[in-house]
Write a protein that binds this ligand. Structure first.
Ligand code: SAH
Length: 399
């Protein structure tokens, strides 16, 4: 481990850091030039040289590093990492013991005390996401800590540290016994086929577990379901297993067709009984209106930002319009499940988008439920941005 560098925190940022904010933002640092090598440990002090916290230097889109401890005497060494991973494991112990769910998050960045580090668990196989060169420099410590805490069949990694926080394509496999892909994992008894070695996305987004279960257990029965931005069709699979009459999955990526067929198949559902459409959702809205198609449940799970040939979608700007298009193809008393992972606005603003959309369509609605991240995606109140997921179940009421 490199030597510690003293970082002077500008006066106006001191109180926020003292109150528990875990991110080291560039603007807060008075002596930027002293930061040379990512992965250096830093000691944050105020302008009177009073100790505030210790952390590491690592550049990602969010900031310049993360705070690791507020105790001046705590050493950042192997036992520090062991302690963090062990605590994260204890927190998810019930999931590790739950035979019906074998895919979940073991370590969620700053929520578990180390920003920039994510570890997901897939039936004994682990995927580590490194969000900066800085955190990657602690790789050996972190992998050792993981191996000392849990039984590791294999480890894969995703390096997400070029300047845009994008995935850098390199060899994903780190160590252990490589499984055959697809690897079949379970979530509340439902199978997912995942590929840990195939780019940034492995085939399922683990943060929607509670939402998927709710759809299957309480909302899908007897319904016609439209799943927009469907990716591998995870919501469609849960809806079908919950007794949906028919699901329609729409995604513009060509891969979504074979991937969705695969997810249906590994759950014993006949893909032929469902609709899988490779199309731009904005084109599909027009098609549905023209054909007078209406659905009893519509799931909307767009990326925060997407560009297709004809349309650009930015959740912060365009969600209201997306909802308006959706309202017009939803049956009366139907349910719209609106989801966003966009961290630039909060639940209050999201609900405002919903309200505006219904008002502009002269429609009435009722909010049935709402979700944020599941428990294994641990977050801390001092860093609200970390709790990015917002999902609202909205009933369209006959006006
Ligand atoms: N709902 C999915 C995750 C969605 S990820 C799930 O539960 O797993 C976002 C998806 O949106 C990607 O698969 C991407 O291909 C798709 N996408 C982005 N822009 C789109 C557009 N304009 N029309 C259709 N799909 C789009």
């Amino acid at each position: 481990m490199g030597k510690e560098i003293d970082i002077k925190v500008k006066a106006k940022f001191v109180s926020k850091i003292s109150k528990g904010f875990p991110l080291i933002v560039k603007e807060s640092i008075a002596n930027l030039n002293d930061l040379q090598e990512e992965g250096s440990l830093v000691r944050l002090v105020d302008e009177n040289n009073r100790f505030l916290a210790k952390g590491y230097y690592g550049i990602q889109n969010k900031g310049y590093g993360w705070i690791l401890t507020r105790r001046e005497n705590e050493k950042i060494d192997q036992s520090f990492f062991n302690g963090k991973i062990q605590a994260a494991y204890e927190f998810r112990k019930s999931l590790f013991e739950d035979g019906e769910t074998t895919a979940f998050r073991l370590f969620n960045g700053e929520g578990d005390g180390i920003g920039g580090l994510i570890i997901d668990h897939y039936d004994g196989h682990y995927v580590i996401s490194w969000y900066s060169k800085g955190i990657y420099s602690f790789k050996d410590y972190i992998i050792k800590a993981l191996q000392e805490t849990v039984e590791v069949k294999s480890i894969y990694q995703k390096k997400r540290f070029d300047t845009k926080g994008q995935y850098v394509d390199e060899d994903d496999f780190v160590m252990g016994e490589q499984p055959e892909f697809p690897l079949l994992v379970k979530e509340n008894g439902v199978h997912f086929a995942v590929y840990l070695n195939d780019g940034a996305m492995v085939g399922v987004f683990l943060d929607q577990r509670d939402v998927r279960r709710k759809i299957r257990d309480e909302y899908a029965k007897g319904k016609t379901v439209l799943n927009m931005f469907s990716y591998t069709g995870a919501f469609s699979v849960f809806a079908a297993l919950g007794g949906a009459v028919k699901t329609t999955s729409v995604d513009l990526a060509n891969r979504s067709l074979p991937k969705t067929i695969e997810q249906f198949s590994v759950n014993g559902i006949d893909p032929e009984a469902h609709n899988i459409v490779v199309m731009d959702v904005f084109k599909y809205f027009k098609y549905a209106v023209k054909k007078a198609l209406k659905f009893e449940m519509v799931i909307l799970d767009p990326p925060s930002f997407a560009k297709s040939k004809k349309f650009t979608f930015s959740a912060g700007k365009d969600y209201t319009n997306l909802l308006k298009d959706t309202i017009s193809i939803t049956e009366d008393n139907g349910v719209i499940i609106a989801s966003t992972n966009c961290s630039t606005f909060d639940m209050k603003k999201f609900k405002n988008f919903i309200d505006v959309a219904f008002k502009e369509m002269n429609g009435k609605y009722e909010i049935m439920e709402q979700f944020s991240l599941p428990a294994d995606f641990k977050t801390i109140p001092e860093y609200k941005e970390g709790n990015y997921l917002k999902v609202v179940f909205i009933k369209k009421i006959k006006g």
